[in-house]
Design a protein around this ligand. Sequence first.
Ligand SMILES: NC(=O)c1ccc[n+]([C@@H]2O[C@H](COP(=O)([O-])OP(=O)(O)OC[C@H]3O[C@@H](n4cnc5c(N)ncnc54)[C@H](O)[C@@H]3O)[C@@H](O)[C@H]2O)c1
Length: 323
Amino acid sequence: MKLAVLGAGAIGVKHLEAASEIEGLEPVAVVEINESLAAETAKKYGVRGYTDYQEMLQKEKPDIAVIALPHFLHKEVSIRCADYGSHILLEKPMALNTVECDEIIAAAERNEVKLMVGHTQHYFPENIEVRRIIESGELGKLVMINDTRNVNYYRADRPGWFFEKSKAGGGIMTNLGAHSIDKIQWMTQSRVTKVKASVSFHEKRGDVEGSGIMYMETSSGVPAVITQSGYPGVSRNETEFIFTKGMLKLETGKGLSISRNGMYEPVLLKPAEQPLVQQLLDFMDAITNDTWLDCSGAYSKTVVSVIESVYASSETGIEQIVK
Ligand SMILES: NC(=O)c1ccc[n+]([C@@H]2O[C@H](COP(=O)([O-])OP(=O)(O)OC[C@H]3O[C@@H](n4cnc5c(N)ncnc54)[C@H](O)[C@@H]3O)[C@@H](O)[C@H]2O)c1
């Protein structure tokens, strides 16, 4: 299968790296509006470089288009890729809002192409183990989840579009909140049903929130709190799961600890493929064998729907029922 990556930013090049490790997959092109970055990336990965994605689609007709572009371009570019017959691996969050999600889903269906959204949380071995432990019941019943993310969101090298609401959709709660919401829904095999949230603006850069807190109810009956802050301080990416017979502390990308008696001990994890490699392998399998996709358009729209509810709740001060 021929693959093209659209956007040679932070994650786009990682998709190129992942694709070049997979047998049966041939990265052929990269599209990047920044001409020198397009040329440099094309040379580094041995692919053809383009600055215009429509020209690339016409000339290359890739089987798979990996869309790693700013959020405001997700809808337009996904629809064009679908119209050209390319299967779409679209980065998270799926789009700026649920109306755009519906348009992307319709374009994929109309053109009979597969659509997958890059919710990478499903591919970290420590995350997979949490899901297994919850399902097994070995720590008893899951009671609640507490997810905390502190990160220097305002670091100087973060591209400017992340701070413009019209281009990013929102700030930290959109960008990193998408991961936390997805993680909680996927691990509890449920959907967020209600949200009460408050987002806050304490930085001068841009017009998006730099912090926020949300309380969520899920269809599994397990409530969760997500706290995110983008100010300098101690970085944290921790999700704590409280069960009736113990606790789990997840640090995605780092590892997992388990407690049955008041102490945390590390959990030994099975070796796994690099998440972006496994994501592409799953997508290829779905294209070839028509297998079911965990991160389908319909599923990924639910994450965008929760994000919409976060802002609606913050603006109105009222708990939102997630549509
Ligand atoms: N799954 C993950 O863990 C993960 C991690 C990082 C980013 N992301 C997502 O990936 C997407 C991209 O994020 P990023 O951090 O790589 O952003 P980025 O700004 O680093 O990269 C985007 C690139 O797209 C280019 N671009 C902009 N407009 C273009 C156009 N019209 N045609 C061609 N190129 C264009 C920019 O010049 C830039 O190089 C976002 O949806 C983001 O949320 C996902």
